[in-house]
Write a protein that binds this ligand. Structure first.
Ligand SMILES: Cc1ncc(COP(=O)(O)O)c(C=O)c1O
Length: 390
């Protein structure tokens, strides 16, 4: 089946955050919103059908994740990543950020140090601070258009940390960490006795030349010392359904984390989340391939247009996912506010300001290209008009 990603679907009036929060953030509503990390594509029909089927039963009582839900996850990660998992290793999680929050509560104490790698998905820092833990920043470095880990610095920064929240693939850097890079991370964490929380929500969106490696598949130590989070939510455009899952392979870690979830009644899913996740993982391959091809063409369009017509803005080409970090430092704005103003009031585009991912993101903007081609084309046109006034 050929899916249509060109279709324009009206999202205003549905309380979609990407659209409805523009007034509050930018004081105007006429921007093309290319910020919140969801897609403007229709959620795939096999997910809609699964939800409709569940709806038709007409009783929405408390519902357990059935065997077929777990089987769909086990087969997906086995087939795609060679990660072997059993049912008891997996737990439904009501959203990855809540999952990270709960993992911090279960596996560390107030005042413990938790390492992150900015510029990185901002809720990592928020949940660390919100739970009374202390963030330790070990920044990535940008080298030849790719964000990289500074292993010497990491070896130092990991000392005394209880946990490390790894973003694999990385948001907003777009890096699909290689097996070699992750092996070095594993040896550094093992040396310091640091358990890893690996957020792999973008795993399924790695582009052709690259590969997703789950951190837990690096070696036996990593398998025993990692809490992995994955989800069909981002990749199949159903984050509003709230469906994610955790993988923990070591019995002792599992008892602590899953025990905490059970004791505090924190992981009950909805009838819809189980049905949608299972449909995604059993029927999603073809849609996913086509979606990634479409998004890749959008990324190429952005990169080629910038190179040709706006060379002082440079796209960091993502190895995974639909978020393009734009290096705007050559535009020469004195402040990040000036850059944000240029995009919002000059180009009439709503992008995430790079500094929300840490001060290392200053001078950058994050562009979401999971939108119909005509929208991306129009956004580039508006950006060019604003660029020419500089
Ligand atoms: C790295 C990363 N983790 C987690 C999330 C959000 O996950 P959830 O909505 O399941 O909390 C996002 C969304 O953009 C993300 O980029």
């Amino acid at each position: 089946m050929k899916y249509n990603f060109d279709e324009l679907i009206e999202r205003r009036g549905t309380h979609a955050i990407k659209y409805e929060a523009m007034q509050e953030l930018w004081g105007r509503t006429d921007l093309i919103p290319m910020w919140v990390a969801d897609m403007d594509f229709r959620t795939p029909p096999f997910i809609l059908n699964a939800l409709r089927r569940r709806m038709e039963h007409e009783i929405f009582g408390y519902t357990a994740p059935g065997d077929s839900y777990f089987r769909s996850i086990i087969e997906w990660v086995g087939r795609r990543y060679g990660m072997t998992a059993r049912q008891e290793d997996i737990h439904y999680i009501p959203g990855i950020v809540p999952g990270i929050h709960h993992a911090l509560c279960a596996l560390s104490e107030k005042g413990d140090k938790i390492m992150i790698q900015p510029p990185v998905y901002h809720p990592f820092r928020q949940v660390i601070e919100g739970t009374g833990r202390v963030p330790v920043c070990s920044p990535l470095t940008l080298h030849e258009g790719r964000f990289r880990m500074d292993f010497d610095r990491m070896a130092h920064d990991l000392k005394g940390c209880k946990l490390f929240i790894l973003c694999n693939p990385h948001n907003p850097g777009g890096v699909a960490w290689t097996r070699d890079e992750l092996a070095t991370v594993a040896s550094l964490c093992e040396a310091e006795g640091v358990t890893v929380i690996s957020d792999e929500i973008h795993a399924d969106m790695v582009f052709k030349a690259h590969k997703h490696t789950p951190f837990a598949t690096i070696n036996p130590w990593a398998r025993e010392h990692t809490v992995t989070f994955m989800a069909p939510s981002k990749v199949f455009n159903m984050p509003g359904v709230i469906a994610s899952e955790a993988f923990v392979f070591a019995p002792s870690l599992r008892e602590r984390f899953y025990g905490y979830l059970e004791q505090n009644d924190l992981a009950m899913g909805s009838v819809f989340s189980y049905a949608a996740a299972e449909a995604a993982y059993t029927e999603g391959e073809e849609w996913l391939t086509q979606m990634l091809d479409y998004v890749w063409d959008n990324i190429c369009l952005v990169d080629e247009t910038l190179r040709r017509e706006m060379p002082r803005i440079k796209a960091i080409i993502p190895e995974a996912s639909f978020l393009v970090f734009l290096d705007c430092r050559e535009l020469g704005f004195d402040s990040q506010d000036g850059l944000v103003d240029f995009f919002a009031n000059g180009a009439r585009l709503g992008l995430n300001s790079g500094d929300m991912f840490g001060k290392e993101g200053t001078g950058f903007m994050r562009l979401n290209v999971a939108a119909p081609r005509s929208v991306v084309t129009q956004a580039l046109k508006q950006l060019k008009e604003a660029y020419q006034t500089l």
